[in-house]
Design a protein around this ligand. Structure first.
Ligand code: GRF
Length: 205
């Protein structure tokens, strides 16, 4: 059997998606292991979750570097030190450079059904638009904002009395289950990306 896939998770906040992955990885049959958690800021619950799970952490703050390029390279080096098979950006609030993305297969979760409502305010924008169904998307990060090839999606119904917070909470519940399911299947069965078409189950890594 293959050794578990090595995953580095990048976070900027609460880290509930990270927690879902950490919990899933406690089962050896899941096929993956979170080998490190990185952040662009200190004092966030995401880093505390990693500490509690005994997973190494690192922080790279943009302000500590002379340029965005230096930051990006430093982040890449910190991630690279853990030799990940996969990087998961889970609520990480920074765009990653082409160099970083060339170096690491990187997935991101977005709380909307791409290509609808990209950017920082997916749940708010969906609510304001009046859609009846929104959801979450897991995609391979590319140079755009929430534009990459889609790995998995999950629908969430918008309720009449939803506000942004209640809608985002329901999306996050669905998002975590989707993330855990897809990352596990990728870890066990591989991932093939051909243009915009993504297939999980392309054979073991
Ligand atoms: C998620 O909904 C993610 O898609 C969005 O921010 C949220 C992060 O949640 N970008 P958490 O930090 O994993 O709890």
């Amino acid at each position: 059997m293959n050794s578990p896939a090595r995953i580095v998770v990048l976070v900027s906040g609460a880290g509930t998606n990270l927690q879902a992955l950490l919990d899933a990885c406690t089962e050896s049959s899941y096929g993956a292991r979170v080998v490190a958690v990185g952040a662009d800021r200190d004092d966030i619950e995401g880093l505390a979750r990693a500490d509690r799970a005994g997973v190494p952490t690192f922080v790279a703050k943009v302000g500590d570097y002379t340029s965005r390029e230096h930051w990006d390279r430093a982040l890449g080096d910190k991630v690279g030190a853990f030799e990940p098979d996969l990087v998961v950006s889970a609520g990480f609030m920074k765009l990653l450079s082409a160099d970083f993305l060339e170096r690491f297969l990187t997935l991101n979760t977005h709380p909307a059904l791409c290509p609808a409502f990209p950017g920082m305010h997916g749940p708010r924008d969906a609510l304001e638009h009046g859609v009846k169904v929104t959801g979450a998307t897991l995609f391979v990060v590319d140079a755009g904002v929430d534009t990459g090839p889609i790995v998995a999606q999950v629908p969430v119904t918008v309720e009449e009395d939803d506000d942004v917070a209640s809608l985002h909470e329901r999306i996050k519940t669905a998002e975590r289950a989707m993330l855990v399911d897809a990352v596990g299947r990728i870890a066990r069965d591989g991932l093939a990306v051909e243009g915009r078409r993504v297939r999980i189950g392309a054979g073991p890594r």
